[in-house]
Design a binder for this molecule. Structure first.
Ligand code: PRX
Length: 655
């Protein structure tokens, strides 16, 4: 067998760009630079600098407790409250500064100052208490991009409750899976939302999910559709606005939490492909997020940031809600799609709100590229200072387009690598400090140590692609509850650690390569997870929905990238020769949309007699991906049924 070495064109012909702080568009404060340059401090003491950006009710006794490694505990002995840090401590200096600007799908605008946030968060916190919610209880929040979503998250944090935000686009089944293991004590949703001009019933999805839970939950319902839609509230269901009115002016002191107490749960897709509960701690998470908000995104009081991510994903938690508010910034929150009412929307939002920092995904940028440069160029984007990207590799061409047509060759781009599990950005160039190389995410941040290893865990030198591991703990790292430690250990720590030598190496699940300057280029993931619209979805969850359809025996879901957009492609095997394949196709489309979410409705469905699988019976997604994306088939020596490959290509090309 000849070994084909993949080419990594990103590492060649890169343009290296460097911005000095002076050329970065405004005077940077000494804190920014101190925060950026603290790499020479000893480890882990350097992380004390991140913690010092927070207000503590009790200072911590120890920065890092390694006793239960790899379940590290950060800032042990410290106590703090997330809302106090996001809101209360800003009141003295900037209570009338805008904290949140919301733009609705139908042209509505709402603005909240830090003082407004304080009042509404306190009222909702009091309302939650009124419903019996106390510290450590879990509240599931199932809301689209409405101001009430961050407000409810902060209200939970204020009373020490743990939030569990579930993306509002998920279908009832997917919601139930994400509620079952967290044992929620309350639930927050809304009546509906608008898709273009049509009202979508969110409450019905919520009620369907609630009905399949074992216990009934007090539920708060936000009114998005307006009185004319008349939503029926059932037993133990309460109107959000009425509660806010009832509890207006409530004085709810922030409950100090131990640094190691959970702040929230969020679900991710593990290598099993099924949603897994991830937990983040209060002190470590907030320290990592506030430090990166300032160092990577250059946020300081009054900076306006627009991060396009949904709050239901970690990006939204960290850089729509916590990072910006901790930094005293102004958050722009935009409901709905970037193409509605037309393709000018993203640029209008930036122009109208004076957005300085814009953070989005390569997928969105590719869509903007397809639409053409005339859209951004017909708007005044001079407020922009810094651009960011996350979620998947951004090729050099897309990078250059973003740099030229959005950043007007003026704004640095931070290509930030991180994960739900890591809580905050771990690898990225720092604007004003590091050189930027289009296509490469950059060096690990100070305090972060990474290593590329081969299958046996041996260190690989620069230029050799392998598995991306993180060698030392970091504050905003996953902080699993005791009941989750077993699978977390197996999933993230077992592959490359040596417990007997007490060396712990976190496996990211990504493949990457490092260049001679220590810059990391991400090649892709190594597990059965696909990314649609920057949402990491387990193939198992999608396939479970597909195989519910009558007559479908087996299925594999893969991502197809065409014309700059990623869509879902399904390979399915059928029980017997089905005459009406189109009916099965429709049923599969509906099943995926209904069970996982409309945003995952498959674009192509192909029937095949068999799926390519390994000797151990694992579907070889990599080969299917290569088939749909027209790439040469390599590395097929572990394939049990190689004869299927030729057939698959023929079927795919015919369809
Ligand atoms: O494969 C990497 C990819 O997204 C994965 C994490 O996904 P998720 O937990 O959903 O979080 C997404 C946003 C934080 C990573 O394992 N990824 C993330 N950022 C980048 C990336 N791939 C390439 N370049 C990035 N900048």
């Amino acid at each position: 067998m000849t070994e084909e070495r993949p080419a990594y064109p990103f590492l060649e012909n890169q343009t290296v760009r460097r911005w000095t702080p002076q050329a970065f568009g405004r005077d940077r404060t000494p804190t920014d630079l101190a925060a950026s340059n603290r790499s020479d401090r000893e480890w882990p003491a350097c992380w004390g600098d991140a913690a010092s950006l927070l207000e503590w009710s009790d200072t911590y006794e120890r920065i890092l407790d390694e006793e239960h490694a790899p379940f590290y505990r950060w800032f042990v002995g410290g106590r703090l409250n997330a809302t106090e840090n996001c809101i209360d401590r800003h009141l003295e200096e900037r209570k009338n500064q805008v904290a949140l600007r919301w733009e609705g799908k139908r042209g509505e605008r709402r603005t909240y100052t830090y003082y407004d946030l304080h009042r509404e968060v306190s009222a909702v916190a009091a309302a939650l208490r009124g419903l019996g919610i106390e510290a450590d209880d879990v509240v599931t929040i199932y809301l689209p991009k409405l101001p009430e979503l961050p407000i409810t998250m902060l209200a939970c944090a204020r009373i020490g409750a743990v939030h569990n935000v579930v993306f509002a686009g998920f279908a009832p089944d997917a919601l139930v899976k994400r509620m079952q293991r967290v044992d929620s004590s309350a639930f927050v949703t809304c009546d509906g939302s608008f898709r273009e001009e049509t009202a979508i019933d969110q409450k019905r999805k919520a009620d369907t999910a609630l009905a399949s839970l074992e216990k009934s939950l007090p539920t708060i319902v936000v009114d998005r559709l307006g009185a004319s839609h008349g939503t029926h509230l059932g037993t133990d269901q309460y109107d959000y606005n009425e509660l806010v009115e009832t509890y207006a002016g409530a004085d709810v002191s922030p409950v100090p939490r131990k640094a190691t107490d959970p702040l929230f749960h969020i679900h991710t897709s593990g290598t099993t492909g099924n949603p897994q509960r991830m937990t983040h701690s209060t002190g470590g998470y907030l320290a990592g997020v506030t430090w990166t908000a300032q160092t990577v995104f250059d946020l300081s009081p009054g900076t306006t940031i627009w991060c396009t991510a949904d709050i239901g994903w970690i990006t939204g938690h960290s850089y729509v809600v916590y990072g910006p508010l901790l930094s005293g910034a102004t958050v722009v929150l935009v409901e709905g799609s970037l193409r509605y009412p037309d393709r000018h929307r993203p640029w209008e939002v930036i122009e109208r709100n004076g957005v300085e920092v814009f953070y989005t995904t390569p997928g969105a940028i590719r869509t903007f590229m397809k639409w053409g440069k005339s859209f951004p160029s017909s708007h005044d984007l001079s407020s922009l200072r810094l651009l960011g990207t996350v979620g998947e590799p951004i090729g050099p061409n897309t990078w250059e387009w973003y740099y030229t047509h959005v950043g007007e060759e003026r704004c640095p781009i931070v290509d930030t690598w991180w994960q739900t599990e890591t809580g905050c950005v771990l690898i990225s160039a720092r604007p004003g400090v590091d050189e930027l190389k289009p296509g490469s995410v950059g060096p690990p941040l100070p305090g972060i140590e990474i290593q590329i290893v081969d299958e046996d865990g041996r260190d690989l030198p620069p230029g050799e692609p392998g598995y991306l591991t993180i060698d030392r703990p970091w504050p905003s790292m996953l902080a699993p509850l005791e009941g989750d430690q077993y699978w977390v250990l197996a999933e993230y720590w077992q592959a490359f650690s040596d417990p007997r030598a007490e060396t712990w190496r976190y496996f990211t699940g990504d493949r990457a390569v490092v260049d001679d300057d220590g810059y990391v280029t991400i090649i892709g993931r190594d597990d059965d997870v696909i990314t649609i619209d920057n949402r990491r979805l387990g193939t198992a969850e999608l396939e479970a929905a597909i195989t519910m359809v009558d007559g479908v025996t087996e299925a594999a879901a893969v991502a197809e990238s065409a014309a700059g957009e990623t869509t879902l492609c399904v390979f399915a095997t059928l029980e017997q020769e089905q005459r009406d394949r189109n009916a099965v196709r429709d049923a599969i489309r509906d099943a995926v949309a209904e069970r996982v979410g409309e945003f995952t409705r498959p674009a192509s469905i192909v029937f095949t007699p068999e799926l390519p699988e390994t000797y151990s019976g694992k579907t070889m997604y990599r080969l299917l991906e290569r088939v749909v994306n027209g790439r040469p088939l390599t590395d097929s020596d572990t394939l049990r049924n190689p004869e299927i490959l030729g057939e698959l290509i023929t079927i795919w090309n015919r369809e």
